[in-house]
Design a protein around this ligand. Structure first.
Ligand code: SDX
Length: 432
C-alpha cells in the first residue's frame, strides 16, 4: 500500500488533513477512518457507491476497461484453462495449486459431499413449490446445527473444515431440494465424478438407468461457475463480510449472502432476464415496447441483465457467456428463440442514446439463463446456480475479513432526518 500526498478537506473555516492510500492497481482512496474523531463529520454515500470498506487482495475489477482478475489472473484465462475447484483453491489460498495440492484439495472436497441422513427431513419440510433460493439459505444455515463443534471463526481447524464442508455440500443440497420438489428419489454423491459432473449426476440421473454426463454441459457449467466465482465487494459479498464481522460463523454469514443474492437486482436477475425474454416472445417478439418501458422514468420496469454498478463498459463475463451460449446451443443441437431475442435486444439497446448515456451494457446475468435452459435447468434454479458459482468468492471474502486484524464490526453511521425531541402525549390528548 503506497501513500500519496494527503488530502485536505475544507468545511467552512476548518481544514482537515486526510491521508491518501493507493492500491496495487493504482486505485486512490481518501482514508477517512479518523474523520469523525477529528471533525465530528461523517460522509454520506448511498449504496456505498463511492466507499471502500476494506482492502482486499482477492479480486480486481476495472469497470471502465472491463477487466476482471481473480488473484491477478484474467478471467478470460481462468475460464478457458482452469477447473472450478482450481479457482476455488486460488481464491481461498491466493495462488494456483500444484498438481498434488489440487488433487488433495479435490479429494477432500469429494469426501465431504455427503449430507447427514437426518438432513433429508429438512428438504421434506418445505412446500413442493418453495423457491430453491429460500431452501438453500435455510439449508446452509442448518449446517451450523449439524456441525456445532466447528463454528468458531477463531479456530483455524474449524474454519478450514467449514470452508470445505460448505463448498462440498451445497451442490448436494441443491440437487436434493430439486429432486424432492419433483417427487424424485435423492441421488447420492459419487466419489468417482468431479465436482461439476457429480452435481449434474445428482440433478439429472435416475437409479433405473445409466446416466452419462454430457461433456459439453459439464465444461460449460464449469466455465459458468468460474465466471461467477467472485466479484469483489458486490451486494452479497458485502453482506457476508458484514455478518461475519460480528464473528458469526461461516454458515450463518454465507446464508445471509444467499438471501442478498436472491434479490432481482442482484443474482435474481438471471431468472428475471429469462422471464423478461419469455414475456417479449409471448407478446409477439417485439422488443420496442420493452425498451421504451425501460427508458420511462415513471415505469419501474428495467431491462433485466442490463447495467452494473461498476462496469460502465462491457462486463467481460457477459462477453464470454454470450459466446458460450451460441456454442452450447449449437453443440446440444437446440435452438432457443430467447437467444435470438436477447441478441436483438442487446443490439437495439446498445444503439439507443438512453443506454449509451447511462452506460448500460449486458451484465453477467443477461445470457447465462439461456445456457442454463439449454442444460435442462428450470428457471427458478438459475439464481441457485449463481450461488454455487459464487460460493468460493463468499468463502474467500469471509476468510480474508476474518484474517484481517484491522477488521471492525460493520456499523455505518446515518444522517437523522426525523422529528426533533418531543414529549409523550396521553391517549386522551391525541388527535384522531
Ligand atoms: C449482479 O455488484 C456486482 O458485482 C453484482 C454482480 C456480481 O457478480 O455480484 O455483477 C451480479 O448483480 C449484476 C446486476 C444484475 N441486475 C440486473 O441486471 C438488474 C437490472 N439492473 C439494474 O437494476 C442496475 O443496473 C443495477 C442494480 C445492476 C445497478 O444499479 P446502480 O449502480 O445503483 O445504478 P442505478 O440503479 O442508480 O441506475 C443508474 C441509472 C438510473 O437512471 P437515473 O435515475 O440516473 O435516471 O440507470 C438506470 C436507472 O434507472 N438503469 C436502468 C437499468 N439499470 C440502471 N434503466 C433501465 N434498465 C436497466 N437495467
Amino acid at each position: 500500500m503506497t501513500r500519496r500526498e494527503d488530502a485536505v478537506l475544507r468545511v467552512g473555516e476548518q481544514e482537515y488533513t486526510l491521508p491518501v492510500i493507493v492500491g496495487s492497481e493504482g486505485e486512490i482512496a481518501v482514508d477517512i477512518n479518523r474523520l469523525r474523531g477529528a471533525s465530528g463529520l461523517v460522509t454520506f454515500d448511498r449504496g456505498f457507491a463511492n466507499t471502500a470498506e476494506t482492502k482486499s487482495a482477492i479480486t480486481f475489477l476495472d469497470g471502465e476497461q472491463g477487466i476482471l482478475r481473480y488473484r491477478g489472473y484474467p478471467i478470460e484465462q481462468l475460464a478457458e484453462q482452469a477447473t472450478f475447484l482450481e479457482v476455488a483453491y486460488l481464491l481461498a489460498n491466493g495462488r494456483l495449486p500444484s498438481r498434488p495440492q489440487l488433487d488433495d484439495y479435490a479429494d477432500e472436497i469429494t469426501h465431504h459431499t455427503m449430507l447427514r441422513e437426518d438432513m433429508k427431513h429438512l428438504f421434506e419440510a418445505f412446500p413442493k413449490e418453495a423457491h430453491p433460493m429460500h431452501i438453500l439459505a435455510s439449508a446452509i444455515s442448518a449446517l451450523a446445527t449439524y456441525y456445532p463443534d466447528a463454528l468458531d471463526p477463531g479456530d483455524p481447524w474449524a474454519k478450514d473444515i467449514s470452508m470445505k464442508r460448505l463448498l462440498a455440500k451445497v451442490p448436494t443440497m441443491v440437487a436434493w431440494s430439486f429432486r424432492y420438489g419433483r417427487n424424485q428419489p435423492f441421488v447420492y454423491p459419487r466419489n468417482d465424478l468431479d465436482y461439476v459432473a457429480n452435481f449434474l449426476n445428482m440433478m439429472f440421473s435416475f437409479p433405473t438407468e445409466n446416466y452419462e454426463v454430457d461433456p459439453t454441459v459439464s465444461k460449460a457449467l464449469n466455465v459458468l461457475f468460474i465466471l461467477h466465482a467472485d466479484h469483489e465487494q458486490n451486494c452479497s459479498a458485502t453482506t457476508v463480510r458484514v455478518v461475519g464481522s460480528g464473528h458469526a460463523n461461516l454458515f450463518s454469514s454465507v446464508a445471509a449472502g444467499v438471501h442478498a443474492l436472491s434479490g432481482p437486482l442482484h443474482g435474481g436477475a438471471n431468472q428475471g432476464v429469462v422471464e423478461m425474454l419469455e414475456s417479449i416472445v409471448g407478446a409477439g417478439g417485439g422488443i420496442g415496447p420493452f425498451v421504451q418501458r425501460a427508458k420511462d422514468k415513471d415505469d419501474p420496469f428495467r431491462l433485466m441483465g442490463f447495467g452494473h454498478r461498476v462496469y460502465k463498459n462491457f462486463d467481460p463475463r457477459a462477453q464470454i457467456i454470450k459466446r458460450y451460449a451460441q456454442e452450447v446451443l449449437a453443440k446440444l443441437d437446440t435452438a432457443d428463440p430467447l437467444l435470438e431475442v436477447a441478441m436483438q435486444l442487446e443490439e437495439v439497446a446498445l444503439g439507443d442514446d438512453y443506454f449509451i448515456e447511462k452506460k448500460l451494457y449486458p451484465n453477467v446475468d443477461f445470457y447465462s439463463g439461456i445456457i442454463y435452459r439449454a442444460m435442462g435447468f428450470p428457471t427458478e434454479l438459475f439464481t441457485v446456480l449463481f450461488a454455487i458459482g459464487r460460493l468460493p468468492g463468499w468463502i474467500a471474502q469471509w476468510h480474508e475479513m476474518q484474517q484481517d486484524p484491522t477488521t471492525r464490526i460493520g456499523r455505518p453511521r446515518q444522517i437523522y432526518v426525523g422529528e426533533p425531541k418531543r414529549d409523550w402525549v396521553a391517549m386522551e390528548d391525541r388527535s384522531a
